[in-house]
Design a protein around this ligand. Sequence first.
Ligand code: MD6
Ligand code: FE
Length: 215
Amino acid sequence: MRDLFDGDIVDQRDVQLAPGAMLLAGFARPLEGALIDAVNAIIARAPFRHLFTPGGHRMSVAMTNCGRVGWVSDRTGYRYDPIDPVGGHPWPQMPAVFADLAARAAAKAGFADFRPDACLINRYEPGAKLSLHQDKDELDFNAPIVSVSLGLPATFLFGGLNRSDKTVRYRLIHGDVVAWGGPARLAYHGVMPLAEGEHPLLGSQRINLTFRKTR
Ligand code: MD6
Ligand code: FE
């Protein structure tokens, strides 16, 4: 990530989580309607499903994808697959509103020309969580990952490059975007169990979009 120059405008709600990792507070908020419409169109063709880990555990977060490839997990392992194994057809195309948002957020965080080819869509209902993990199934660690939060707030855990490094908690709310790459690209992170609540647009759930360049 580049350094700030004299004259750059800094949004005081934006926080650097670590070198290379930036929280852009409310960045996606102006697009909330278009983003939710696009998610609904995607899940009509590629419904949310609970994947199983290679270890045989059913994930509490429900997932689907759009883009050239989608992230899937089953008893054989994790992979990016061009075919949705539930429907047996390609994943829905990535909507322009998704790709544009991801590229603009990445640029604001210092990563120019981000062109994701996959978007993993996670749905959290109260109690759902994501254990500490690294995103390392991509072939290109030069590209950042961009993550968009919609709906209920969540507590995000952000750690270091080793699983045992201490973690810091951040509250992510509707419209927040996190972009990370560079020295933070392989940082461990996770999401605490979602608290009960009711969001005016999305009801009792949190939707997270994570954009990746897989190759
Ligand atoms: C989530 N996010 O916020 C899960 N991964 O629901 C992630 O696992 C994640 O937010 C890589 C980069 C950003 C993320
Ligand atoms: Fe992740």
